[in-house]
Write a protein that binds this ligand. Sequence first.
Ligand SMILES: NC(=O)c1ccc[n+]([C@@H]2O[C@H](COP(=O)([O-])OP(=O)(O)OC[C@H]3O[C@@H](n4cnc5c(N)ncnc54)[C@H](OP(=O)(O)O)[C@@H]3O)[C@@H](O)[C@H]2O)c1
Length: 328
Amino acid sequence: MKAFVLRAYGSPDQLELTDLDEPVPGDDEVLVRVGATSINPYDWHNMRGQPYIARLMPGGLGLRGPKLSILGCDVAGRVEAAGQNVTGFGPGDEVFALLPQGGFAEYVSIPQSLLAPKPANLSCEQAAAVPMAAITALLGLRDQGRLQPGQTVLVNGASGGVGTFAVQIARALGANVTAVCSAPNAELARAVGAAEVIDYTTADFTRQEQRYDLLLDIAGSHRVRASRQALKPEGTFVAMGGPAGRWLQPAARMFAALALAPLVSQRMVMTDTVRSRRKNDNLVTLTELIEDGKVTPVIDRSYPFDDIPAAIRYQEQGHARGKVVVTV
Ligand SMILES: NC(=O)c1ccc[n+]([C@@H]2O[C@H](COP(=O)([O-])OP(=O)(O)OC[C@H]3O[C@@H](n4cnc5c(N)ncnc54)[C@H](OP(=O)(O)O)[C@@H]3O)[C@@H](O)[C@H]2O)c1
């Protein structure tokens, strides 16, 4: 099978298109022929080995070289074969999953505990846009944010992969959503469900009168202390991401939010999707929202498999309108 293999940290040029043997599924695994994958910041953090501090964290990036050899955490495809203990899936089933690695290949073996049936109304490309970005939005709003119907939520970074899902999921949970994005993306933010839009190039949400119940901080564009000013006294700040740096960011932002928690009246929490549990249950929840028509993936660009390095280069610029997907 064809796969992009990462042997050393570096730019997308480090990804080497290679011929490998097809993986053989273990007893509890399913062999999936990958139909599509998508690009996430998770991929290029693992590709570059940055921020460096993440190499020192338990369960983080590899210390001297990449821990992951085939990147790609989002997968949608068709089951080719199933191990002897697999009960819920069989050849021909269409599935999707959030994996630690392996999506930038024609085949991948996936533990059945990570798999969920693909939403019936989505193509493979659309389904591959969902796992990392939509689970992150769901966890941030529902679990860490404890969002209740009728509450107000500010989504900072509303027009990217996570943000376009977050606006839709917040609406589906009954919230009133204000989106922060640049002016060219205002129409997109409204189309996916934002009642108000703040253009971050002309207005600063931390200096406005309005106070929100929940701030989903995807863009991490202001210091945590400043962002907190946009919250009600009992509001919740969910740290999710921020501008990437070589040494510390965005990891340091997350810890800054947690460090502030004992000192302020607001709840200060963070989302960690990679370490989250029950990823397949969350995909089932998202499938219900998708099949009910409440959530639809927004796809900015689609690349062919051989152009994965170009897809990463584009996503890494940080201005995608929704998701960047790859057809395998
Ligand atoms: N904690 C977790 O478990 C977890 C999981 C997944 C992702 N993340 C993090 O979440 C972040 C976003 O991921 P993503 O996949 O959504 O990335 P993305 O698709 O690249 O989206 C980035 C978005 O941020 C917007 N943006 C840039 N500067 C901004 C600013 N100053 N104010 C408001 N919006 C701004 C961009 O809009 P414009 O084009 O208009 O600038 C773009 O739409 C990353 O930092 C990623 O590492 C965290």
